[in-house]
Design a protein around this ligand. Sequence first.
Ligand SMILES: Cc1cc2nc3c(=O)[nH]c(=O)nc-3n(C[C@H](O)[C@H](O)[C@H](O)COP(=O)(O)OP(=O)(O)OC[C@H]3O[C@@H](n4cnc5c(N)ncnc54)[C@H](O)[C@@H]3O)c2cc1C
Length: 425
Amino acid sequence: VSHEPGALTNWAGTHRFGANRLHAPGSVDEAAEIIGGASRIRVLGSRHSFNDIADSAELISLRGLPEELEIDTAASTVRVASGLSYGVVAARLNGAGLGLHNLGSLPHITVGGACATGTHGSGDRNGVLASAVRGLDLIAADGTMRSVRPGDPRFDGSVIALGALGAVTHLELQVEPAYQVQQSVFEHLPWRVLLDSFDEVTSLAYSVSVLGFWGRPTLDYLWLKRRLDREEPIPLRMLSLDRSPVDSAISRDSVNGNISTLDEVGPWSERMAHFRADRAPSNSGDEIQSEYFVDRADAPDALRAVRELADVIDQMLVMSEIRTMAADELWLSPAYRRDSVGIHFTWLGSAGAEVHALLPRIEEALRPFGARPHWGKAFRMSHDHVRAVTPRLDDFLALRRERDPRDVFRNHYLDRVLLGTSANR
Ligand SMILES: Cc1cc2nc3c(=O)[nH]c(=O)nc-3n(C[C@H](O)[C@H](O)[C@H](O)COP(=O)(O)OP(=O)(O)OC[C@H]3O[C@@H](n4cnc5c(N)ncnc54)[C@H](O)[C@@H]3O)c2cc1C
């Protein structure tokens, strides 16, 4: 499909793609031919990133490839087409009695696009979504197919690769038996309790999220996802919290009732994401998102540092969310070799310019903690800053040169953020 440059935007409308061509092949062979003949091209997932990470002269969507999903029971893996959404994969796996260890807050994103940017859910012992990847097939810059499997020295650099190493056509994901989940939301968690008892709060359930504003004495929501196959009812005696009935604040606050079912026990596939697959997620796209990751040992101090900016942050905020994730070995992972805490901001879409002016202040406040940015969200960190917090950056850049000597998948984002050959806009 050809269109005017700027006619295609990301989901939230915060980035206009400069590309004037979006290819939509129906087979891997067709995709390989397009990529082999392109001088600059990038895969586009479901467009849920908030910056120019996916942009290029030409774009290619792999969502029209056959919707493959093959379960290997002996290996406990599933091989999926990269353009499938997590929502579709989760429903099909659950139907086959299988589960994934976690989901991000929305089920709409593609498996390929989510893994490429290090997308995560929450849980002290849960790695980012890409930590479940056990293999991938990709179309390389010359249009030939490559497979990358654990044991290959390139594997840990190839899973979260920001689309820079090739077009991933299929991923193999670790699966486990399907499980049941109960979500409970409590209101008015005092900031003091979170800061003084951080480990106790985040270990209350399999997946714990804390949501709210920075200048208020209490956080709005403590959102717990309990696995019935592993956990007893949640021991809340230590916290004095208000139990919220299903119809209370969070349902009221949610846009068009888009929150996944609370209280009632149900399958992981319909509870691990915060948002329902059949509604627009979050603030329905009237938003900008940013997120930074710190070592969980530093989380209370890092949160205190952000609270210093509470007045200005809260004016532009839809909601913040604090989540945890387990360390992994993936070179560009937000949780590379450190158990991490994600400090997330959903900003009002209308506050665009002010948000971009504020981000450097938040980044400065988080600098002493070696904060890493979410690759797919809005951030302003300089290349030098990114380099300082990405220990395997040089290994990744060497792998990029080897895999993409023609710079087919190189774009402005890579130049600015990873290569440092152009400045922040
Ligand atoms: C409402 C909302 C909620 C969100 N919640 C979370 C959350 O809970 N946790 C979190 O971590 N993030 C979250 N995000 C961010 C989101 O998960 C990431 O931006 C994710 O990368 C989006 O996936 P996508 O399919 O839209 O990819 P796109 O944004 O389309 O692309 C992202 C990158 O992946 C590359 N890519 C896509 N597909 C492929 C492929 N097959 N092969 C190679 N490269 C590919 C693109 O080139 C691009 O560089 C949220 C975003 C929104 C809008």
